[in-house]
Design a protein around this ligand. Structure first.
Ligand SMILES: Cc1cc2nc3c(=O)[nH]c(=O)nc-3n(C[C@H](O)[C@H](O)[C@H](O)COP(=O)(O)OP(=O)(O)OC[C@H]3O[C@@H](n4cnc5c(N)ncnc54)[C@H](O)[C@@H]3O)c2cc1C
Ligand code: FES
Length: 278
């Protein structure tokens, strides 16, 4: 193996699943410990998960770097690799490369107000940043978390969300697209929550992660609130193959031909607003 690969993030490392839990019918959560040390990631980064003989796929790290010793992933069964991952449990091994990708700009956000907007599975990558902020709460100003999911059963990290709701130093709001008899909260799209947030736009960073359809409408609401384009942070998903800027699979249709794997997955809206599709 070439020296530069042996000592870099490209090296395949052995990870053991130390805990796993089915969260919803589609999503499973894993706590993973690397055989040879820590992952040392930053919020917003992802790993490439490899299962021998099946392939590999990028999965966001959903735990904060403030959690030491192991890291967490939340995986939706979407295709070959993720379905095979759902068959794994405590004690099983998998291959991990990474961490990869440009993290959220935590240093720039420090000292400012934060508005998190998560749609569906988008709460997974955002959770790495939200829990980082919770663990370093004094370094940030006002914190608002907006969460949207299809139905109450689709909500991920329900127990943790209850803890966020109880905190006096965080404003938490949640909405579902379709209600259920026991649901007492908001019903409607996540965009409906944004007008109700009081903010000083000059000192607010908004971090938005969710399905592609959500971005256009959420960004329009944030711009109405006068949040500067450079302070709207997005995490984009594209189908990846190599994860290292070689194959072009994850290219974004933008005059600058960004690759999601090496230039992202996090971008400011200012950077990607010329993209044909977010
Ligand atoms: C930065 C990043 C972070 C991610 N984080 C997470 C995460 O935290 N949790 C999570 O569950 N998922 C995450 N994903 C998505 C995940 O990587 C994909 O779902 C991945 O395709 C799953 O691999 P698979 O082999 O199971 O599915 P695949 O067999 O690749 O298929 C998944 C679906 O995508 C379609 N598809 C596959 N390849 C292409 C292609 N080239 N073009 C168009 N459609 C295609 C398939 O038809 C199928 O419907 C992330 C993706 C990125 C880029
Ligand atoms: S995945 Fe190959 S260039 Fe990004």
């Amino acid at each position: 193996m070439k020296e530069e690969i042996k000592n870099s993030n490209w090296k395949l490392r052995k990870g053991r699943i130390i805990d796993a839990k089915q969260m919803t019918s589609a999503e499973k959560w894993f706590d993973i410990k690397l055989e040879d040390g820590g992952l040392d990631h930053e919020p917003g980064q992802f790993v490439q998960v490899e299962l021998f003989g099946i392939g590999e796929a990028p999965i966001s790290i959903c735990s904060s770097p403030t959690k030491r010793g192991s890291f967490e992933l939340t995986v939706r069964a979407a295709g070959r690799l993720t379905r095979a991952m759902h068959a794994l449990g405590k004690g099983d091994w998998l291959g991990i490369r990474g961490p990869f990708g440009k993290p959220f700009p935590v240093k720039l956000m420090t000292g400012n107000d934060l508005l998190f907007v998560a749609g569906g599975l988008g709460i997974a990558p955002l959770r790495s940043l939200i829990n980082y902020v919770m663990d370093n709460r004094r370094e940030f100003g006002k914190v608002d978390i907006l969460l949207g999911c299809k139905t109450p059963e689709d909500m991920l990290f329900g127990d943790e969300i209850k803890k966020w709701q109880k905190r006096l130093d965080v404003n938490f709001s949640c909405t579902v697209d379709r209600s259920a008899p026991e649901w007492k909260g908001n019903v409607g799209l996540i965009t409906s929550l944004i007008p109700g947030v009081t903010m000083n736009p000059e000192r607010t960073f908004s971090v938005v992660v969710g399905p592609p359809i959500m971005y256009k409408f959420v960004i329009a609401e944030l711009l109405k609130k006068n949040i500067p384009e450079r302070q709207i942070i997005l995490s984009l998903e594209r189908h990846m193959k190599c994860g290292m800027g070689k194959c072009g699979h994850c290219q974004i249709d933008h005059p600058k031909n960004y690759y999601c794997c090496k230039d992202g997955p996090t971008f400011t809206y200012e950077e990607v607003k010329a993209a044909r599709k977010l």
